[in-house]
Design a protein around this ligand. Structure first.
Ligand code: RB5
Length: 146
């Protein structure tokens, strides 16, 4: 898959290692910044990844800030995006299987790199279950056309 990745300054320390990990799984990564750990606003980078997914330039997105929270709040404002903060592999599995999440938001400050890698692996490898979950996801997306 094509994966768009970005961070803010708080997530920057994990960005390149997470990119390397995603590439080691055989995926193609687009790094949407930032280029260094100078202070930036997470919303600017969440917008870049959300746009890439909505436009079809990427299949999924990975965002890293201090907590993941601001990234998720911003990305979820974009029609077509289902983003969530995830701190365990089990939540990553359910976010894919039940919610068909397409952007995962990680904490670079409170979740260690090795655990974030397992979260990302699960995010990338878990299919959407469909079935009864499909109509629920359709209801999530109703707000996009309000
Ligand atoms: C930056 O200090 C911090 O607020 C940001 O990385 C993120 O945690 C916001 O949700």
């Amino acid at each position: 898959m094509r994966i768009a990745v970005a961070s803010d300054h708080a997530g920057f320390i994990q960005k390149q290692p997470v990119i390397d990990f995603i590439e080691s799984l055989g995926h193609e990564v687009t790094d949407l910044g930032p280029a260094n750990d100078d202070r930036v606003d997470y919303a600017d980078f969440a917008d870049k990844v959300a746009d890439a997914v909505v436009n079809g330039d990427a299949d999924r997105g990975v965002l890293i800030c201090g907590t993941g929270i601001g990234m998720a709040m911003t990305a979820d404002k974009h029609p077509g995006i289902r983003a969530a903060v995830v701190q365990t592999p089990q939540f990553a599995e359910l976010m894919r299987a039940h919610n068909d999440g397409n952007v995962i938001c990680l904490s670079g400050r409170f979740v260690p790199y090795a655990l974030n890698c397992e979260i990302v692996r699960t995010f990338l490898e878990t299919p959407f279950d469909g079935g009864r979950h499909a109509q629920r996801v359709e209801k999530i997306m109703r707000a996009d056309s309000l």
